[in-house]
Design a protein around this ligand. Structure first.
Ligand SMILES: *Cc1c(COP(=O)(O)O)cnc(C)c1O
Length: 402
């Protein structure tokens, strides 16, 4: 079977599990919050493709965003190709190679270099194509609770921090990018760290045309003071005379996707165990990296809101169920749950479990570990139609290696 023939099959029928299910209505709900923030603050919002690059839903995101931002040649090309010519395409990478820079520039409206040495190496190429140039700054403070994701970690390579060195290249740049938040849901913490940035780099910012404040601001949380954030951004933009950019990744698609799986086996080892037909290592890798668990959003298509139990508190509760992935990694665990709370204890073979928060940092990281079947990508369109956007099979696995 040629899987590409399945692309964009419209039907009301869902495919066999496992599949990622994206809900366009939820994406649009997030987009309306982004749009409101931009309207109130004057900021422009760019989707961070490293978080979410499932271009099959870009047509519902485009009307609300000003473009995309990227972390590699492939991402900047994808942003340019799929988000439309009338949108902005920002290029950034921790390090560009000399042989890719011209192609990067052919897709970019702005290019942001990570270091002064990269700036010096490639600024002439950008200038010759009239592409505005920026530099990533590192304020050496951050709002990130994970050292692995902390741009301000000791000995960080992410951006320049020395004010004198930056001042010396100010004539070569028109803007800067600073990304130092990670799922930060506290407006006060954001505002304080912006104040740190102003103290440190304020006199430089006043010389520039634009400042990108990166992603990681969790302004789509229901209780987030959006108006305060907008006022803070507007005042910042007016004080320094700069266009502010935001680069929301997770905030753009939070809550908009699930990973739908089926229980293949159940066992008992002091607790109830269930094994589903997907894997966190292969399909929700961030859970493993950040030692987190997935919420359950549906059991057998009935909606539930079931948070994982706290692993330490749960230690000795024999009624709990641990849901495992099917890879051979011993710790391939979606989470431990008090399923009696969902009137669903114990799980049975054939039960269908949907895990939440499966849109961001999932599909962009999926891999073929253990050769486990790759979940299909399914989209519930705004009109309710189900599109089986992409299915994967053995040939995809085989062609990912050689
Ligand atoms: C990761 C990243 C983003 C997006 O972060 P989210 O937490 O997903 O909003 C934006 N900009 C840069 C430079 C990043 O590295």
């Amino acid at each position: 079977m040629n899987v590409r023939e399945d692309v964009n099959t419209s039907s009301t029928q869902l495919p066999p599990t496992p599949y990622y299910l994206l809900n366009e209505a939820s994406i649009v709900a997030n987009m309306k919050i982004v749009e409101r923030l931009c309207e109130l603050s004057g900021a422009k919002a760019l989707l961070a493709l490293k978080c979410f690059a499932t271009w099959g839903v870009f047509n519902v995101m485009q009307p609300y965003l000003h473009g995309t931002t990227s972390s590699s040649l492939n991402e900047v090309r994808l942003g340019h190709e799929t988000f439309g010519d009338d949108k902005e395409t920002h290029a950034y990478s921790v390090a560009y190679s000399a042989d890719e820079i011209d192609e990067v520039l052919s897709h970019a409206d702005k290019i942001i270099f990570n270091s002064i040495s990269q700036l010096n190496a490639f600024k002439d190429r950008a200038n010759s194509k009239n592409i505005p140039v920026g530099l990533r700054l590192n304020p050496q403070t951050s709002n990130s609770s994970f050292i692995i994701a902390d741009p301000a970690r000791p000995f960080s390579r992410l951006g320049e921090h020395d004010k004198d060195s930056i001042t010396a290249v100010l004539a070569d740049i028109t803007g800067v990018m600073i990304h130092n938040n990670c799922e930060n849901d506290s407006f006060d913490a954001f505002s304080k760290s912006l104040a740190d940035i102003e103290t440190r780099f304020g006199s430089l910012l006043a010389e520039l045309e634009w400042v990108s404040l990166g992603g990681g601001i969790h302004f789509i949380a229901p209780d987030y003071p959006l108006e305060k954030l907008a006022a803070r951004l507007k005042a910042f933009s007016e004080k320094y005379g700069v266009q502010v950019y935001l680069e929301p990744g997770e905030a753009s698609i939070h809550g908009a996707g699930t990973l739908v799986t089926t229980v293949l086996d159940t066992m008992h080892n002091q607790k109830n165990l269930a094994v589903v037909d997907a894997s966190i290592e292969a399909h929700m890798l961030d859970l493993l990296i950040y030692r987190e668990s997935a919420p359950i959003t549906a059991i057998n298509e009935a909606e539930v809101t079931l948070s994982p139990v706290d692993m330490e508190q749960a230690a000795n509760n024999p009624d709990n169920t641990i849901i495992y992935g099917r890879s051979c990694l011993a710790g391939d665990i979606f989470g431990e749950y008090a399923l009696s709370d969902a009137s669903h204890n114990p799980l049975n073979i054939g039960d269908q479990i949907a895990f939440g928060n499966a849109a961001g940092y999932t599909m962009v990281k999926k891999n073929w570990f253990n050769g486990v079947n790759m979940p299909a990508i399914v989209i519930r369109r705004l009109d309710g139609t189900i599109d089986i956007q992409r299915q994967f099979d053995y040939q995809d696995y085989k062609s990912s290696l050689s």
